[in-house]
Ligand binder design. Structure first.
Ligand code: AKB
Length: 317
């Protein structure tokens, strides 16, 4: 049976880049992009889907003969703190709808994005082990930790092949993030290329795990393509790539854009960042399905600036 993919949150920061990568891998007509909003620039097959609507998920699965689901829709950490109950409701109910629809329709594989936000203040800050116990401090982190356990439950109870990654902060030139704590790192590049000073909402020494979009997408596709029996972790895999502070990012950018400056005015997001690890241990991903990042801060910075310059030049042409 041909692979037919349903992706929720296809207009999001990761969702839209992942949709293109999946279209390239499986063919444009084999990826059904869904979201609550339509993006006029989108090329491919699109359906409106509010993933809190179980019947509509089932309808789209049946209509398009879906075999795999990537559930990218979620409210992120900083936005989530402004509306905790709604965030819990949306993040959890949409995933439960996806799991249940997947079970009822014999879906072959489900992808679930988790996050470094599952860790809390008690976890070791450096090289945090994957299986350290989780005491998240944000509702987003709580929803992701719960989702990981639901993923594991559906695997154990129904043999549903659910696979998951704990993404660090994702940095890409293709899309803008919205509502996360790690968003500062993407914003900084845009300000640098526009030759403007950037006011960072975290303090200069807040180290956080990060990953370049290309590596994050490749990790997702490699995890989902690995043989089923290679996947030993059914909650979620840590994937590490690089870790840096806002000050280190400022320095890396100013090596290419010497006039770039960041000023630091921490807001409520500082407390969220303080509760997350500085770096995480991804031994299990490396051992089970040969995960290996390609980008570090220097190579990511070079690539980000190159692409953003092209984007802004095209926009201004
Ligand atoms: C956020 O900052 O909320 C996300 C994440 C680390 O999951 N980018």
């Amino acid at each position: 049976m041909a692979t037919k993919i349903l992706i929720t949150g296809a207009n999001g920061q990761l969702g839209s880049v992942l949709t293109k990568a999946l279209q390239n891998t499986y063919g444009i007509n084999n990826v059904i992009a869904t979201d609550i909003k339509y993006n006029a620039a989108f090329v491919g097959v699109f359906e409106f889907l509010d993933a809190t609507d179980f019947n509509n998920i089932q309808h789209i699965i049946k209509e398009h003969h879906i075999t795999e689901i990537y559930h990218m829709a979620a409210i992120l950490s900083a936005s989530g703190e402004k509306q905790p109950l709604r965030t819990w409701d949306i993040n959890n109910n949409t995933f439960l709808n996806v799991l249940e629809a997947a079970r009822l329709n014999s879906i072959h594989k489900v992808f679930y994005p988790s996050s470094i936000a599952v860790y809390g203040n008690n976890a070791p800050k450096n090289n945090t082990p994957q299986d350290f116990f989780l005491t998240p401090t944000t509702v987003y982190g709580m929803s992701k930790a719960a989702g990981e356990h639901w993923a594991n439950y559906y695997f154990l109870k129904y043999n549903l092949d659910v696979r998951s990654l704990r993404y660090p902060g994702v940095i890409g030139h293709q899309t803008s993030p919205g509502g996360g704590t790690t968003d500062y790192a993407v914003d900084a590049y845009h300000y640098a290329v526009k030759q403007e000073e950037y006011t960072c909402f975290l303090n200069e020494s807040s180290g956080l795990p990060m990953i370049y979009m290309d590596d994050a997408i490749r990790a997702t596709i490699e995890l989902m393509s690995a043989p089923k029996d290679a996947i030993k972790t059914r909650t979620s895999y840590n994937i590490a790539s690089m870790s840096f502070t806002p000050k280190a990012l400022e320095k890396a950018i100013s090596q290419i854009m010497p006039n770039f400056k960041m000023v630091y005015t921490p807001d409520f997001r500082q407390q969220i960042a303080d509760s997350w690890p500085n770096s995480i241990d991804d031994t299990e991903a490396r051992n089970d399905w040969a995960w290996k990042p390609k980008y570090d801060l220097k190579s990511m910075t070079k690539d980000m600036i190159k692409h953003l310059k092209e984007t802004y030049n095209t926009e201004n042409a």
